[in-house]
Design a protein. Sequence first.
Length: 96
Amino acid sequence: SLSVFKCEHLTDASMEAIAHHCSSLKSLSGRSSNLTDASIKGIAENCPFLTLLDVGDCPFITDVSICAIARHCPSITSLDVGDCVMISDAAIITAP
């Protein structure tokens, strides 16, 4: 489990390091942080056991993140994208 709640100075490079060194990560809370699609894509591709992801109120998360999660996180059971204004209904509906 990892929480980066409200970490406004978080970078894609730091999230990439977490993704590569914490591949057994099951829960990530990034609510109200500066997480980007690159960060979420890296987590999704390297953390296949992720079951919970909270990226609510992350202004830089888009449909790209939803596609990466749907494609690479088969164990996901809880996904919070509340107040992520860059995510479209289409991404949620058409996610594999």
